[in-house]
Design a protein around this ligand. Structure first.
Ligand SMILES: Nc1ncnc2c1ncn2[C@@H]1O[C@H](COP(=O)(O)OP(=O)(O)OP(=O)(O)O)[C@@H](O)[C@H]1O
Ligand SMILES: [Mg+2]
Length: 287
């Protein structure tokens, strides 16, 4: 196993993507650390989805090198990529569920593709488990996408992304179109799944609350490249106009304030708990 595989499950170097004369990426580089939630931000049309599609081998770049889990995506023969493909899950920007299949059947699609030897009943049970893991009640596995709300559809897409027990999860705008409570619940679920399943998450978002709440680092796409990667305080210290406008504009400030308020509340709750229960005495269990 190479060092890149253990430290950086995604390595992009010198990426170029162009559609005719329109150059979307030029000499773009990015490394995603193992076990992190990396938020990816940038104005609409800066190429966030195209970057994700390049990393998962759906968009062949004009130049550059992409390694995922120690395997080259750009140099590999298609059958070599198949092995690594089963190690990631993707929630596409539009959800991309098959409308003629139930939620459970949608989750079964990758299972059928990669594990054709699984028995029907076992495959169905795995799919039902993933549906519940994504926070949907079991009975929703039998529903069609058209019977679900937007938020439920996102969870169904997440269930399908988790079908193969991935090491890497790609989420393209997972909270777009959700109400703030639904978005916060989806964020909490993402964080919990990352922590319990040890996932590395590549998360494209416009949602500033998501960035503040769950992302370990944030990569900023602008001018056809990743112009900065770091924690939000690190990005705030940079004087790039787009970064300043984004994080220090009215919406950025509101997201930051709401996070500070939430932290203060938790701090107060902890203090109240201490007042009621007395200070925690270390070593008490040994008495
Ligand atoms: N298959 C394609 N053919 C031609 N142009 C494309 C194709 N896919 C994407 N583009 C163009 O590439 C640019 C980047 O698109 P992309 O979907 O990656 O943007 P984005 O950053 O994800 O935007 P948004 O935040 O709106 O989702 C856009 O100008 C888009 O029109
Ligand atoms: Mg997009």
């Amino acid at each position: 196993m190479s060092e890149e595989d253990t430290e950086y499950p995604i390595v992009v170097e010198g990426l170029r993507n162009a559609f005719g004369p329109a150059v979307v990426h030029d000499n773009l580089s990015l490394k995603v650390r193992k076990g992190e939630i990396l938020g990816v931000v940038g104005g609409s049309g800066t190429g966030k989805s195209v970057l994700m599609r390049s990393i998962i081998g759906l968009q062949y770049p004009s130049a550059g090198e992409i390694d995922v889990l120690g395997r080259s995506i750009t140099d590999a023969a298609p059958d070599e990529v198949i092995g690594v493909r089963s190690r990631w899950g993707v929630l596409f920007q539009g959800g991309a569920l098959f409308s003629t299949l139930t939620v459970g059947e949608n989750v079964e699609v990758p299972l059928k593709q990669f594990y054709p030897e699984l028995g029907d009943q076992f495959r169905k049970e795995i799919a039902q488990f993933k549906v519940q893991l994504s926070g949907l009640p079991l009975e929703d596995a039998a529903k069609y996408p058209s019977e679900l709300s937007g938020g439920m559809r996102k969870r169904a897409g997440l269930a399908r992304a988790l079908a193969l027990d991935p090491e890497l999860l790609f989420l393209d705008e997972p909270t777009a179109g959700l109400d703030p409570i639904g978005a916060a619940a989806f964020d909490a679920l993402t964080r919990e799944l990352k922590e319990t399943l040890g996932l590395t998450v590549f998360l494209i978002t416009h949602d500033l609350d998501t960035l503040y709440e769950i992302c370990d680092r944030v990569a900023v796409l602008a001018d056809r490249q990743v112009i900065a990667v770091g924690t939000i305080p690190e990005l705030l210290a940079m004087d790039h106009p787009w970064i300043q406008e984004y994080f220090n504009g009215p919406r950025g400030r509101a997201a930051k304030d709401s996070q500070l308020r939430a932290r203060a509340q938790t701090h107060d709750q902890r203090l109240r708990g201490l007042e009621q229960n007395g200070p925690v005495q270390e070593g008490k269990a040994q008495e």
